[in-house]
Design a protein around this ligand. Structure first.
Ligand code: HEM
Length: 132
């Protein structure tokens, strides 16, 4: 994807090592800033949702160099999300809260360069997810 894959992986690993519950922190920030989405998450327990999101993030990071896998997996994920009532605007909310959670955990190890790498990666992920 022309992304800084080294930096994405090293920053993600640092964050997960420091805070294995990073996805729980993400949902905390997301539900706090955008309480209107809370009722959408009623089919599964928070633990199950955190596990699914972590699994998806790890799988994407494992396939950053595999464009066909990314295109097909993310498009399928995007179609399921339409069924959950997710709109394009909500992807911006998730990106903002995901980066906020990672920046909080990374602390002094977060930088403008890491931030930019994640903005680029998340943007690429969303464009594949929403790709008709
Ligand atoms: C690129 C960003 C995203 C990723 C990687 C992601 C990943 C996932 C995964 C892996 C699942 C498990 C079920 C499935 O695979 O269909 C899921 C479910 C779900 N996601 Fe996302 N998601 C993203 C963005 C969003 C956004 C923007 C919303 C907006 C609110 C959202 C809301 C939901 C909901 C409501 C469910 C169903 C939860 C449940 O009922 O258990 N997701 N997501």
């Amino acid at each position: 994807m022309g992304l800084n894959t080294e930096l994405l992986r090293s920053s993600f690993n640092l964050v997960v090592e420091r805070e294995p519950a990073i996805t729980a922190r993400f949902y905390g920030i997301f539900f706090d800033r955008y309480p209107q989405v809370v009722p959408m998450f009623s089919r599964n327990t928070p633990e199950k949702q955190q596990e699914m999101l972590t699994g998806a993030l790890v799988a994407v990071l494992d396939h950053l160099e595999d464009a066909p896998w990314l295109a097909s997996t993310l498009r399928t994920l995007g179609r399921r999300h339409e069924g959950y009532g997710v709109t394009a605007e909500m992807y911006d909310w998730v990106g903002e809260c995901l980066l906020a959670a990672m920046a909080e955990v990374a602390g002094d190890d977060w930088s403008a360069e890491v931030e930019q790498a994640w903005v680029d990666a998340y943007g690429a992920i969303v464009s594949l997810t929403l790709n008709d």
